[in-house]
Structure formats: structure tokens, C-alpha cells
Design a protein around this ligand. Structure first.
Ligand code: AMP
Length: 282
């Protein structure tokens, strides 16, 4: 595995690969790898001639009062994992390589970014779209892979790629979970033992909501009421930031669950903000 810190150098390497006929798959990450990242990296390894992983804690997607400084990092361990999974190139640039001092151009996708996480993180998806488009331009992969744990993120990226005719195939993969159902996240390390014990209730509540739909409930107001009551009783250390039913593709809110619908939520446990989602109907 080769490690690159300069955009120009990894661009040159990827040009060489492409010119010799190799396909390239990219897995963009912010590091501190868990099995969710590993499934994306394996997909890249197994579906292209060259697997490229980017590891960059993108400052532009963190708001001023968010956890950029505290975000967990372990480059040595991550590099070992990437290498053991057969990655060809790991791209871990400095922020100054990515953002010039006078960087002034941003990609925004305001409609899909307005609700869900975007409501409490107003600059988040602007930072995500901008870094992802920059990575696509630096690496020019044939395919790029994202996790459905961050459903809104992959929906926003798919829309950006469609709207701007970016020549890349976007693949999304199911969330990888701990045995007790908690979605894996680099941010789970922020949880105290008591919070960690209650965090799987996020998933349990979502499963109950899906079950209610399967039994014929179509009112999202009724589903949400039961869900919030369940969380209040079973996960009192958690505070629900949002729980919304949306069209899985357009992310438009839904009040009647009579067609494909995604239930997405964010819960705060102390300093940890955890997100999860489930398809109520597909
Ligand atoms: P991050 O390093 O948290 O920015 O995540 C990098 C990529 O891994 C994103 O596409 C995430 O959606 C994906 N990812 C994060 N957690 C999981 C998970 N538990 N299962 C599958 N993919 C995940």
C-alpha cells in the first residue's frame, strides 16, 4: 500500500492506473476504523482493480461548536487495517493541501440538506459535498462507496453526482452493527458505560416502529409518539434530536406511511450525537 499526503501525487498515480486500463474504487473516510469502514473498503477492494481510501477529518463539515478537535484519530492503526484489507493507496492529506487559505468555492445541495441532520448542522452537507467532489476530482474514481448509516449523506451525494454529471458510480452499503444492534460509529467511543448500555435502544425503537408499520399502522404521528415514549422509558440518558419519516430518495417528510419510507433519527447521549435509520417500508 502506498500512502499519499499530496493531492498532486495521488492524482498522478491514479492517472497512471486509469491510463493503463485499471478501474478505481474510492472509499472516503474520516478514519478511526471499525467494521463499517471495513465493509466499504472491502467493497472497493473487490469491485475495482485499484482500491483507494481517503482518510481526512474534513474541518469544513464540522460546525463551530462541534467535535472537530475531539474527533477520534489513530492513523497508525487505520493504516495497518487499510493495508491488511489490500488497499492500493491511502490518501491522508493535510488540511492545507485540500483548502487553500483563500478557498472560496463551495458545493451546496440545499433541498436535501435542509432537514434531518441538516437542520441542526447547517454547514455540514456543504462541507461534505465540497470535500467529496474535491476527492472525486483528485482521484477520479470509477466508483465510490458510502454507508447507509449516514443515509442523508449518501442521498445528498447521489443527487450532487446526478445534478452535476459527475462521472462516478455511487454505491451505498448497509449499516454494520454491534451485536446488540448499535450502529458502529467512530463517535461511540464518546459514550460512558451507562450511555453505551442504553444506546442499543435507538435501534430497538426503530425496529418497533417498523413492526408497527408491518402490522398496518400508517400514521407517522402515532408511530413517533410510541417511539419517543419507548426511548424516554428505556434510554433516559438519551435526548432525541429528531425522528422523522421521509421519502428515502427525496428526503421529503411523510406523515402517512403508505409507500417507501425511511425513519431517520439523531440522539444525543452526553457529548455523543448518534444517528441511525430504518426503512419502514421499501
Ligand atoms: P466516517 O469515517 O464516519 O465519515 O464514515 C466514512 C464512511 O463509512 C461513510 O460513508 C459512512 O456512511 C460509512 N460508515 C460509517 N459507519 C458505518 C457503519 N456502521 N456501517 C456502514 N458504513 C458506515
Amino acid at each position: 500500500m502506498r500512502i499519499f499526503t499530496k493531492s498532486e501525487e495521488i492524482s498522478r498515480q491514479c492517472d497512471e492506473w486509469r491510463n493503463s486500463g485499471d478501474t478505481i474504487a474510492l472509499a472516503p473516510t474520516m478514519g478511526y476504523y471499525h467494521a463499517g469502514h471495513e465493509s466499504l473498503i472491502r467493497w472497493a477492494r473487490n469491485n475495482a482493480d485499484r482500491a483507494v481510501v481517503s482518510l481526512f477529518v474534513n474541518p469544513a463539515q464540522f460546525g463551530p461548536n462541534e467535535d472537530l478537535a475531539a474527533y477520534p484519530r489513530n492513523f497508525e492503526r487505520d493504516a495497518k487495517i487499510a493495508e491488511s484489507l489490500g488497499v492500493d493507496a491511502l490518501f491522508c492529506p493535510e488540511s492545507s493541501d485540500i483548502y487553500a487559505d483563500d478557498h472560496a468555492t463551495w458545493v451546496i445541495s440545499p433541498v436535501l440538506s435542509a432537514g434531518l441532520c441538516g437542520a441542526s448542522r447547517p454547514v455540514h452537507f456543504k462541507g461534505v459535498c465540497t470535500i467529496v467532489l474535491k476527492l472525486f476530482n483528485i482521484i477520479r474514481p470509477h466508483a465510490a462507496v458510502f454507508g447507509e448509516k449516514d443515509w442523508q449523506q449518501q442521498a445528498v451525494i447521489k443527487r450532487m453526482v446526478r445534478d452535476l454529471n459527475v462521472p462516478v458510480k455511487i454505491v451505498s452499503l448497509p449499516a454494520v452493527r454491534e451485536k446488540d444492534g448499535l450502529a458502529m460509529s467512530s463517535r461511540n467511543v464518546y459514550l460512558s458505560p451507562e450511555e453505551r448500555a442504553q444506546a442499543p435502544k435507538i435501534r430497538e425503537g426503530l425496529l418497533r416502529a417498523r413492526e408497527a408499520c408491518q402490522k398496518g399502522e400508517t400514521s407517522f404521528a402515532a408511530i413517533k409518539k410510541a417511539l419517543l415514549e419507548f426511548w424516554a422509558a428505556e434510554a433516559p440518558l438519551g435526548a432525541c434530536e429528531y425522528a422523522e419519516a421521509v421519502d428515502p430518495e427525496t428526503l421529503e417528510p411523510m406523515s402517512t406511511i403508505d409507500k417507501a419510507s425511511l425513519l431517520a433519527c439523531a440522539m444525543r447521549f452526553g457529548g455523543a450525537r448518534l444517528i441511525d435509520n430504518i426503512l419502514l417500508r421499501n
